[in-house]
Design a protein around this ligand. Sequence first.
Ligand SMILES: Cc1cc2nc3c(=O)[nH]c(=O)nc-3n(C[C@H](O)[C@H](O)[C@H](O)COP(=O)(O)OP(=O)(O)OC[C@H]3O[C@@H](n4cnc5c(N)ncnc54)[C@H](O)[C@@H]3O)c2cc1C
Length: 390
Amino acid sequence: MKKRYVIIGAGIAGITAAETIRSLDQDGEIMIFSNEKELPYSRPMLSKSPLLSLGLKSFALHDEEWYREQNIDLRLGVSVDKLDVEEQNILAGGRSISYDKCIIASGASNFIPPFKGREEVDICDIRKISDLKHLRRLAFPGGKAVVIGGGVIGLEMAAEIRRYGMEVTVLEAMPRLMPRLIDERTSDLLTERLPFEVFTGVNILKLSRKGEETVIEDDQGRSWNCDLLIVSCGVRADVSLAHDAGIACNRAIMVNQKMETSAKNVYACGDCAEFEGFNAALWGEGLAQGEVAGRNAAGDESIYTGCDTSLVMMMDDLGLFSMGDLGQTGEGYVIEEREWQPEARLLIDPRRPEKEGFSRKIFKDGKLVGAVLIGDLTSMNEIKEEILGR
Ligand SMILES: Cc1cc2nc3c(=O)[nH]c(=O)nc-3n(C[C@H](O)[C@H](O)[C@H](O)COP(=O)(O)OP(=O)(O)OC[C@H]3O[C@@H](n4cnc5c(N)ncnc54)[C@H](O)[C@@H]3O)c2cc1C
């Protein structure tokens, strides 16, 4: 008999699950619900596209025709409000819909710290296309912007806003940028090269309004005024549907290697799921887990064996790559560092200023276990292969 698959969320995890199911089951009925109105799109592009030429079509995962050809019933702008795992149905758009297999791919939402005065000011946080539209209404060339949070997305947004013509300042709570992702030296080198000012160790006391401006004050008596405030302080998995349905959740929905949740015939994948207590909240993870969930839902046998969790950040011509064990814990590491200076670079090729660079390779027991690159990322793929032992 024909199976009905219901997928909640149309990000990369949900769409990959649908694509995988269709490749294995040509007759099954596939319904995907998205509470966003736009065709499913590449979320990372939100911080990697020029604000002015925001071409939504160019970062759609597939055009409308593709969904028709695949016989996938994509319901845009429809939220799933309830999941009943006993009756095996969902409530969406006021209708109850039964399923044979359900895949939760509801992603995550941005975390906004409970700053004092938060309700008084207009905060932009970037997770959806609608957030970018909000930001575009507030941004203007010549204005001042502050980004709270110096992680990858915060820095990429800062670079885009600066390119748009705003003066940008980044405020980071930690004593240096990305302490969990890069070592201290790399962090310092990155901070030096950034085309905007970064303040670290900023503990925000309160936010307030002064006329049209937003004022940010910290516990050391410093303050920053801006026309545009962006907050980029990490994400929280969207677990509410699963939680309310009685599915086991920790920070995210708990899944096993087959992406099965604690409820029969219900799978979870991507930013909303955690496997062995871990959720990287990365594109590659959503892709890999969506495929495993789709395969198992369609009756195939598939297990999740991890994904590429390397960090790649591009801001104008400044790139950053980081992967693996950076030797920050324990002993027995051999570290090899190299730095290219602009003068030497100019002699090689004056048209390629991005060739300036820094590399840090971390070896253990004679093997490359981690690496960081700044500037010139051309050896990135080679390094990845070596770390993965391919
Ligand atoms: C600005 C930005 C830049 C990024 N850059 C990178 C990068 O460079 N590299 C990288 O690896 N990762 C990056 N990421 C992270 C990456 O985009 C996510 O890990 C990935 O998109 C997660 O995919 P997902 O399908 O799990 O969830 P999402 O993409 O969040 O999709 C979930 C969807 O489900 C919808 N939904 C939720 N609840 C319901 C409901 N009840 N009913 C209907 N629909 C629902 C949501 O609205 C959303 O559309 C970035 C993220 C952002 C925001």
